[in-house]
Design a protein around this ligand. Structure first.
Ligand SMILES: [Zn+2]
Length: 318
C-alpha cells in the first residue's frame, strides 16, 4: 500500500516536471529519463478517446479531393508540434508546419522533408501559410523560402520577426516577397484580413515571446490556432478582450497543457469556449504525458498519435 502511494507520488512529480519542461523550452522537451512505474501511465490513449478517422503514417500519394462549398467537411492533418495542414471548402492552409522537424523530436522522414520543401503531397496546393512566431519549432527560413518558390500561389502571413528572418537568411527572398505579408501587433491588438478568399482575424497572444493567434474562417467553420500563447492568469482576460467566446469557435488548436493541467482550464473554459479542441505542442517521447493528461479532463479532445495522421470533421448543420 505504502509502495503504491510512493509510486503514485513519483508519477505525479514526473508529470509536473514534464509539464514545467514543456512550458519552458522552445522545442518540446524530451520525456523525463525515469520510466513511469505504474500501468496507469500508458502511451496508448484510452479507447474512449475519439481518434482521428484516418490513421496513416506514410505520405499520401495524392492530395485528397477538395471538398466543395456545399460540403463543409474539414480535413486536418497533424505534421508535428504545432504544425497542421487544414483543408475545407476547396481551400488549404498550413499553420506552423514549415520547420526543421528533426531538431524538435519530430519523427518525419527524409521523404517527408523533401515533399515539404518541394510543395508536393500532402503539402501541395496550399493557398495560405500562417506562422505564429519565429522559434525554430515553428519556422525555418530556408524551408519556408523554398516552399514559396515551389508553390507560386501560396501567400505567407507571419509575425514581423519571421519575415525579417526570412529576408535576411533566404537568398531568394526577392522572388517571393510580393506574396509575403508581415504582421506586427501591440498588446491587445488584432487585425482582420482576407487572403486568397480566406477571412482571418489575427490576434496578439504573447507568452515569453511575441506570438500571433489565428482565427481562420474556412469551409463555413471558425478555427482558432493559438500558436505558443502563454498561460498566465492575464491570458484569460486577453482572450475575452478579443470576444473569443462569442465567436462560436468550432475547433481550437491549443497547447496541450491548456487541457491537461487543471490550473490552465480557465483559458479554455472562460477564454476560448470552443466546441472541439486539438491539443498540440508535443513531439517525440513526451507525447506520453499528453496522452495521459488530456483525456483525463477532456475525453472528447481530438488526439493525433502519429505525424501525418488525418482527421476529418463533418460538423452538424446549424
Ligand atoms: Zn513552440
Amino acid at each position: 500500500m505504502e509502495n503504491e502511494k510512493t509510486t503514485r507520488r513519483l508519477i505525479a512529480l514526473l508529470f509536473v516536471m514534464a509539464l514545467a519542461a514543456a512550458r519552458l523550452t522552445a522545442c518540446t522537451s524530451p520525456a523525463p529519463t525515469a520510466t513511469p512505474l505504474s500501468p496507469a501511465v500508458t502511451r496508448v490513449p484510452p479507447t474512449a478517446t475519439p481518434m482521428p478517422s484516418t490513421a496513416t503514417a506514410t505520405l499520401p500519394t495524392a492530395t485528397p479531393e477538395p471538398t466543395g462549398p456545399d460540403q463543409p467537411t474539414l480535413s486536418v492533418t497533424y505534421t508535428c508540434n504545432d504544425g497542421f495542414i487544414i483543408s475545407s471548402g476547396g481551400k488549404k492552409v498550413l499553420v506552423d508546419a514549415l520547420f526543421q522537424e528533426a531538431r524538435c523530436g519530430c519523427q518525419s522522414s527524409a521523404e517527408e522533408g523533401a515533399a515539404l520543401k518541394a510543395a508536393q503531397p500532402p503539402f501541395d496546393s496550399v493557398d495560405l501559410i500562417l506562422i505564429s512566431h519565429s522559434h525554430e519549432d515553428h519556422f525555418a527560413p530556408q524551408i519556408v523560402g523554398t516552399y514559396l518558390q515551389n508553390n507560386t500561389k501560396a501567400e505567407l502571413i507571419a509575425m514581423e520577426s519571421v519575415v525579417s528572418e526570412l529576408q535576411q537568411q533566404f537568398t531568394g527572398f526577392d522572388q517571393v516577397q510580393e506574396r509575403v505579408r508581415s504582421v506586427q501587433l501591440g498588446d491587445g491588438q488584432s487585425v482582420q484580413l482576407t487572403v486568397q478568399g480566406i477571412d482571418l482575424e489575427i490576434i496578439s497572444a504573447p507568452a515569453d515571446v511575441p506570438n500571433l493567434g489565428f482565427l481562420i474562417q474556412i469551409g463555413g467553420l471558425t478555427l482558432f490556432h493559438t500558436g505558443d500563447s502563454g498561460n498566465s492568469p492575464e491570458m484569460v482576460a486577453l482572450f475575452q478582450s478579443y470576444h473569443l467566446p462569442d465567436k462560436h469557435i468550432d475547433l481550437a488548436f491549443v497547447p496541450w497543457w491548456y487541457l491537461g493541467d487543471e490550473r490552465d482550464h480557465p483559458l479554455v473554459e472562460e477564454g476560448i469556449q470552443a466546441q472541439n479542441y486539438v491539443p498540440m505542442h508535443f513531439a517525440g517521447d513526451d507525447a506520453v504525458w499528453m496522452f495521459e493528461a488530456v483525456p483525463t479532463y477532456y475525453p472528447q479532445a481530438i488526439l493525433f498519435r502519429e505525424e501525418l495522421q488525418t482527421w476529418t470533421f463533418a460538423p452538424p448543420q446549424r
